[in-house]
Ligand binder design. Structure first.
Ligand SMILES: [Zn+2]
Length: 213
């Protein structure tokens, strides 16, 4: 079975997640935005062997630590979708104005991810959905068996991702949520990039931006 553990990192309190296969203890880190020692200590405590890095999108609080972690642990980076390359290339510029991200580095992932791709860790498989709108290359990771989705900054409990960044698109974001997240099922619990977990069913009922869709 797939297990997961959330490690909030960076001044933005970004929900970095360690996911792993409990048969093999092979694990992946989703969105190591920073505070790598904290993430690595959590993995060690869980007895998880980190083998891959998965990135939802190229924003600094999600992706700034990926290159360094990849190099130090000698593990590959998968994702996001390549439309986010312009964000990844900007990681160092963003770091100049934010001291917490002074170690931010751009990178080219070993594999760009696309809609309906799969990623594998140990004996577990997650499905990738491309969910543009917050950023054009944003992807989410769907763990069907445990009815969980790691959605980055697409959807939050009671809110949705910002669309006022370069190449953000409100209509596209709403379509991503309605057409690609809702079909995962009302009982699917999502882990957002910030704040508490919720379920798609809960958001369909009460979220002021996408309730009733
Ligand atoms: Zn973001």
């Amino acid at each position: 079975m797939l297990k997961y553990h959330i490690v909030p990192v960076t001044p933005f309190v970004q929900n970095c997640s360690i996911v792993w296969c409990d048969q093999t203890q092979a694990g992946a880190v989703i969105d190591p935005g920073g505070e790598l020692p904290k993430i690595e200590a959590a993995a060690q405590e869980l007895g998880v062997r980190l083998e891959q890095i998965w990135i939802t999108h190229g924003h600094v609080d999600h992706a700034a630590g990926a290159a360094k972690m990849s190099r130090e642990l000698d593990i590959p980076i998968y994702g996001p979708q390549e439309e986010d390359l312009f964000w990844i290339e900007k990681l160092k510029d963003r770091a100049i104005s934010m001291p917490a991200f002074r170690e931010a580095e751009p990178f080219i992932p070993a594999r760009w991810l696309h809609d309906l791709d799969q990623v594998h860790i140990g004996q577990e498989t997650l499905e990738v959905r491309h969910c543009p709108g917050h950023t054009p290359g944003h992807v989410v990771f769907h763990a069907k068996e445990i009815r969980r989705a790691f959605v980055g900054d697409v959807l939050f409990a009671g809110s949705i991702g910002r669309t006022d960044f370069p190449r953000g698109n409100y209509d596209q974001l709403i379509s991503s949520i309605v057409e690609r997240l809702w079909p995962m099922g009302d009982d699917t619990v999502f882990i957002p990039g910030h704040g508490p977990e919720s379920s798609f069913g809960q958001e369909r009922q009460t979220n002021p931006f996408v309730g009733g869709t």
